[in-house]
Ligand binder design. Structure first.
Ligand code: IPM
Ligand code: MN
Length: 374
């Protein structure tokens, strides 16, 4: 992911050194459903790359998710957020949550999105959408022609209403709130990512596309105006716009136009799954949740309870998330090694995705193909 060096004052690299010449302190949240098996796969890959590059991994489990909620009434144990904030160089998280584990208000109890994204102030959710060679996709665009980074605002927007919406017998209301500071910081993150990339596949233009519904809602008109106001700080990056509905169309019909897509929290949640569908499914997509002081890395998808424990899931999303974590810590070469191993394994035809998006030969076959190439 070319998106993680977005922070001007990233302390990640220096803290990565504090445990010794090259010790990386990583917290692991193994999650629910397919989470633990995906994590095992990513850890095999991490161990292989650590071996290759003489890195020492200091791995610590932190509990979190549906199982934690079911047992303790909260998805994260007391003290965990503070540790996650200060004791680790980065966090690798598997999907959490189970549809059957609900709060009294009907929402899921095991989710950590609100707790971690707000608690760690990881305001930029960086979701690279890339079509690799050898990957089956429902669209006809060739590999190389879908390569953009979706930047989802991660701490406000509609999801700020999590847990505080109003419900009566006859109606329910959630509110969408955006702040100038919140919009500015994520907009700057998006422009910095565009500066580090080589432009949109179609025309090589470095471009941030602001996606909103400013034709209808004032919050989105505000979001767009703030994005517009920071754009002059980045004269080498073009700013353009799409209404969210048109973006949903164009991300399928004309994905080569997009370089960096900047959007509000809820819209980004929806559009990133749409993007995933164009590049082989959710199992292909990892992500980084990046703030000024903390970062965590996770697949963009859920826990797929229907196939949990069977070794069927595609772990590519978790493996790529681990690669993004390495890059965020300044470990560009190891990160690149993991990504190349993934790309080559697909391109060589050693990993084959079934129409379901699951890999032929199961989770193991993907892990083995990647580890061999490291
Ligand atoms: C995601 C997920 C989460 C979200 C859920 C599981 C809380 O869908 O990371 O995209 O909505 O943000
Ligand atoms: Mn989602």
């Amino acid at each position: 992911m070319s998106g993680d060096h977005l922070l001007e004052d990233s302390t990640a690299l220096s803290t990565a050194r504090t445990g010794g010449a090259s010790t990386i302190r990583i917290a692991l949240i193994r999650g629910d459903g397919i989470g633990p098996e995906l994590m095992n796969s990513a850890l095999e890959v991490l161990h292989a790359v650590a071996n290759r590059f003489d890195l020492v991994l200091a791995l610590t489990d932190e509990q979190g998710g549906a199982a934690t909620y079911a047992e303790h009434g909260e998805p994260l144990l007391p003290g965990a957020l503070e540790r996650l904030r200060s004791d680790y160089d980065a966090i690798l998280k598997a999907p959490v949550g189970l549809p059957g584990v609900r709060r009294p208000d009907g929402t899921e109890g095991g989710l950590l999105g609100g707790v971690l994204r707000t608690g760690l102030q990881t305001y930029a959710n960086i979701r690279p959408i890339r079509l690799l060679h050898g990957v089956r996709t429902p669209v006809t665009h060739p590999p190389g022609s879908i390569d953009y980074v979706l930047v989802r605002e991660n701490t406000e927007g509609l999801y700020l209403s999590r847990g505080i919406g109003i419900v009566t017998e006859s109606a329910a209301c959630d509110q969408l709130l955006v702040t100038r500071d919140g919009c500015e910081r994520v907009a700057r993150a998006a422009f910095r990512i565009a500066q580090q990339r080589s432009g949109a596949p179609l025309d090589g233009v470095r471009r941030v596309t602001c996606v909103d519904k400013s034709n209808v809602l004032r919050t989105f008109a505000f979001f767009r105006a703030v994005v517009e106001s920071v754009a002059p700080e980045f004269p080498d990056v073009e700013l353009d716009y799409r209404y969210a509905d048109a973006a949903a169309h164009d991300l399928v019909a004309d994905p080569g136009h997009f370089d960096v897509v900047l959007t509000e929290n809820f819209l980004g949640d929806v559009l990133s799954d749409l993007g995933a569908a164009t590049v082989g499914g959710l199992g292909m997509c990892g992500s980084g949740n990046i703030g000024d002081r903390a970062a965590y890395f996770e697949p963009i998808h859920g826990t797929a309870p229907a196939i949990a424990g069977q070794g069927l899931a595609n772990p590519t999303s978790q493996i790529l998330s681990a690669a993004y974590l390495l890059r965020h810590l300044g470990l560009e070469e190891p990160a690149r090694r993991v990504e190349s191993a993934v790309e080559n394994a697909y391109a060589d035809g050693e990993i084959v995705l079934l129409p379901s998006g699951q890999p032929k030969g199961g989770t193991r076959s993907v892990t083995a193909a990647v580890v061999t190439r490291i």
